[in-house]
Design a protein around this ligand. Structure first.
Ligand code: GLN
Length: 546
């Protein structure tokens, strides 16, 4: 069975130690950005679905932000927040739908506008001074100048202000672009402060969280790390043991290092060499994790098992499935073996826990509000969990965004090049070798990849590029090498820039760079006589080739 440590048994979740701004999500595609922006301001923030009952939380937020959403508050089945939100006495900021939700709550005064407003607008701020309202209404736009650029995306509007509210900002099309309650700390804004199209949006969020909610700005990885180690120790106990797969990627390495710091060798890391890792990767990961980071690591060389099974397989889905399933088999066998050994030693207890490198975006994805009728998706896949071992999940990174994981990694002394490593897919270069994967094809793809990445690093472009690799195309072209006609395969280079991996664009290398890489690959890699550059964006392409 799988149990999550979110049932109150979790000893010290961040929302109990750090001042927390709660974002209630009405399903806007930007909701998670509100949380991210606050974290960038060193303010801890968590997002929960808009239907969250506050009584079910065993903690109290410092403030609540109601997000945007695709619904109209006047629809019969529109989502609404728990009334307790307005009763617990903490400041509230409504953004777009959130503003309309506050207005609806206080006066049912929202209707469809004559036209949608989408894009930039200039904000005019109305300041009220200390007189009638005591000054709190001006705090939201402190340090924001008139005519500041804001980004709008709405079709509904307020017909009039709810009772006891006053206007704090307008735009040409929105007479109620900002409103505030005259005595309570309730604010609403029609624009989106969380998107980069609102350049001063972060100041608005800071004004709300720091000045209005009085949240401490102490959310740093330096502070998180000590607490997280404490939390793992409490959760696992004095004897408990944990097992987890590592890949050499940043998430699994950071998670593994945290475990090592918390419980030492009672954490067992497993690296499965599937035969389709990059050149010398298993060796390098082993060195970094053991000699470098002191992690108790078992490397299983299963490359023959994988490569034998890949014989004759050309279909991308079949490759992925075979590699995924075989990985689970190998990991389970290893886990059982390690568990049996652990059982034999009296110093420690049984292996009870499985480490997962789950990040906050996965958590958000599984809880984000998808509408009144949509069923909430179950938690992400738990790969490699031996069912008969009865393991509980431990997810030390489940509150963190990727940039926070990198920060944490640096804090834990993980080498810089590992912290910034490009993502690498589970099926490895098997999905970068189009068609059948044979040891010879693996050799060619690996050698070409080494050259490409080496040159990218030498040119100082590695960090600017989000993901880059060399793929092997199993088609033959004619060439002349050393006065001899050859008939060899092609390498396709792929390099993309992206912020979220949902959309991506190919990287605009200059000609001289491509010329150099191409020359080196053709000269140095046996079996290749052409190099091409993939200029397909995502969509319609994917980042990987299969
Ligand atoms: N559906 C609402 C409107 O169109 C809210 C939109 C939003 O939150 N982005 O006004």
């Amino acid at each position: 069975s799988i149990t999550m440590a979110t049932d109150g048994s979790d000893p010290i979740p961040p929302h109990k130690t750090f001042d927390t701004i709660l974002v209630l999500d009405f399903g806007s595609q930007y909701s998670h950005l509100i949380t991210r922006r606050l974290r960038e301001l060193n303010i801890y923030s968590e997002m929960l679905p808009c239907t969250q009952k506050l009584a079910d939380l065993d903690w109290t937020p410092k403030g609540i932000i109601l997000s945007g959403g695709p619904y109209s508050v006047y629809w019969d089945d529109a989502p609404h927040v728990d009334q307790a939100v307005f009763e617990i006495g903490v400041p509230i900021l409504g953004i777009c739908y959130g503003l309309q939700e506050i207005a609806w709550n206080f006066g049912k005064n929202v209707l469809a506008g004559e036209k949608r407003e989408y894009g930039h607008a200039a904000l005019k701020i109305e300041r009220h001074g200390d007189g009638e309202t005591g000054g709190h209404v001006d705090k939201l736009f402190a340090e924001i100048e008139d005519d500041t650029e804001v980004w709008m995306s709405h079709g509904d509007k307020l017909s009039h202000l709810p009772e006891d509210f006053i206007t704090i900002a307008t735009t040409k099309n929105a007479p109620f672009a900002g409103m505030a309650h005259k005595s309570k700390k309730y604010y609403g804004i029609q624009f989106h402060p969380e998107v980069t199209h609102t350049p001063k949006g972060k100041i608005v969020l800071k004004n709300f969280a720091v000045d209005i909610c009085q949240a401490r700005t102490d959310w740093t990885m330096g502070k998180f790390v000590d607490q997280e180690i404490e939390r793992i120790r409490k959760l696992v106990g004095d004897k408990g043991q944990v097992i987890g797969a590592v890949s050499g990627g940043v998430d699994s390495t950071v998670a593994a290092k945290l475990m090592k710091e918390a419980i030492g060798d009672r954490f067992h890391a497993v690296l499965v060499d599937n035969g389709v890792l990059r050149q010398d990767e298993a060796k390098q990961v082993k060195e970094t994790l053991t000699a470098g980071l002191g992690i108790n690591l078992t490397v299983i060389d299963a490359s023959k098992r994988f490569l034998d099974g890949l014989k004759g397989v050309t279909e991308p889905e079949k490759k992925r499935k075979f590699i995924g399933n075989t990985f689970i088999e190998v990991f389970q066998e290893t886990a059982k073996q390690i568990a049996a050994e652990a059982h034999g030693s009296s110093a420690a207890g049984e292996i009870e826990w499985l480490l997962q490198g789950t990040l906050y975006p996965d958590v958000i994805e599984s809880i984000s509000f998808k509408g009144p009728s949509a069923t909430i998706k179950t938690h992400h896949n738990v790969g490699g969990l031996p069912k008969d071992m009865n393991l509980k999940l431990i997810e030390p990174l489940r509150e963190l965004f990727k940039d926070e994981v990198r920060e944490l990694g640096k804090n834990l002394g993980i080498p810089e090049d590992l912290v910034w490593r490009h993502p690498f897919p589970g099926p490895g270069i098997a999905i970068r070798i189009l068609g059948e994967v044979t040891p010879e094809q693996v050799r060619i793809a690996r050698e070409a990849d080494v050259i490409f990445i080496e040159e990218i690093k030498a040119a100082g472009l590695y960090r600017q590029i989000s993901q880059a690799f060399a793929a092997l195309l199993p088609v033959k072209a004619v060439g002349v090498m050393g006065d001899k006609r050859v008939h060899e395969q092609m390498i396709a280079l792929r390099a993309v820039e992206t912020t979220d991996f949902m959309t991506a664009d190919w990287f605009p290398f200059d000609g001289a760079f491509l010329k150099k890489v191409s020359r080196r690959i053709v000269n140095e890699v046996d079996g290749v006589c052409r190099v091409v550059y993939d200029i397909t964006s995502k969509p319609p392409g994917t980042i990987e080739m299969e």
